[in-house]
Design a protein around this ligand. Structure first.
Ligand code: ZN
Length: 336
């Protein structure tokens, strides 16, 4: 495979704070020699770890984007010991459009890793992250949320590693982040085509989030994101002094261990949820009804939970189609 075709205006080896663009070649009718300007910031000050912070991997997930834009402006070279790289609009065309996927090539960045330098814009971005940014990093944090169609209890998430030592490392990161819920996931959505998958291939410690969603930003979710990210940077040893001194609250550690944790729409129609975020539910319990506006005299189809758990995620839009995720659960987890 050839090298990246994305040119970085930022010199990642240089000390100081640089904010500039990654130039993604984009030759189109209105601009023959044009490029897409992907904003990136590199703040480097001497020796220390490299932390890669990412948001806008999905363009309609805004809490992480706001958090990293504020951090981009706040952090100066004097605050840093090592290097912090901030990519706040990772799938730039999607972030500019406020969409999960790119309007240029319909690419879902977090289903495109390891990417392709000879592919469309989304594949080129995935390839740049996995082949250029991740190899520079000791740790990466990818800030997601529920996007337009889902809403989460503000959560951290990580894969449930096979070894106890690796699990302890990721649980520690989630405890430092301090979201109300922390999810260990066995069979992640997107499998190894995600930034997480790339981080595992490159051997970089990784943590993600699901901060809220429904295409909004709330003060509550933002506070979780900002305070948690600042605590993580301090924990990684990349700050000269902490950005704040607020300790993390207690997080509810849950596991999401496969398809039985997800409830899907059994039919096309209008979705009536029966439960809310944070509710504890039982296997077999009715989760919601799908009504049929075209035949209102027809009895609705009822969706059921397949297992016990706590509702950590729910669908937002009222209209639904068979196969849409309505809810997903977590179940309490302890290493002991
Ligand atoms: Zn996402």
């Amino acid at each position: 495979m050839s090298r990246t075709r994305i040119y970085s205006e930022v010199d990642f080896t240089k000390d100081g704070k640089q904010s500039a663009f990654l130039r993604l070649p984009h030759s189109v009718h209105r601009s023959a020699y044009g490029w897409l300007p992907m904003p990136i910031t590199c703040i480097k000050n001497g020796k220390g770890p490299t932390v890669l912070l990412v948001s806008g991997n999905h363009g309609d997930e805004y809490e992480g984007q706001v958090t990293l834009m504020k951090l981009t402006r706040r952090l100066q070279a004097d605050d840093v010991k090592g290097r912090i790289i901030i990519l706040s609009a990772a799938n730039y065309p999607a972030a500019m459009a406020g969409m999960r996927t790119s309007p240029i090539d319909q690419g879902n960045l977090n289903r495109t890793f390891p990417g392709n330098p000879d592919g469309g814009p989304t594949a080129m971005i995935a390839h740049f992250i996995e082949s250029v940014l991740l190899p520079m990093a000791d740790v990466t944090v990818d800030l997601h949320s529920g996007g337009s169609s889902l809403m989460y209890i503000p959560s951290a998430l990580a894969r449930r590693a096979k070894s106890k030592a690796d699990r302890a490392n990721t649980i520690k990161l989630m405890e430092v982040f301090g979201a109300p819920v922390s999810m260990l996931i066995d069979a992640p959505q997107g499998e190894d085509r995600t930034l997480t998958g790339g981080a595992e291939r490159v051997g970089v410690l990784h943590m993600g989030t699901e901060l809220g969603g429904s295409g909004t930003v709330t003060p509550g979710a933002l506070a979780v994101a900002e305070k948690g990210t600042a605590r993580l940077l301090d924990h990684f040893g990349v700050l000269r002094k902490p950005l704040h001194n607020e300790k993390s609250g207690k997080t509810r550690l849950v596991v999401v261990a496969g398809p039985s944790y997800y409830t899907y729409a059994p039919d096309n129609g209008l979705f009536e949820p029966y439960v809310e975020l944070g509710d504890d539910v039982r296997a077999g319990q009715a989760a919601g009804a799908v009504h049929f506006p075209d035949t209102p005299w027809r009895e609705p189809t009822i969706a059921h939970f397949e297992r016990d758990g706590v509702v950590v995620c729910k669908r937002i839009p009222g209209r639904t189609e068979r196969g849409d995720c309505l809810f997903h659960l977590g179940s309490d987890y302890s290493e002991k």
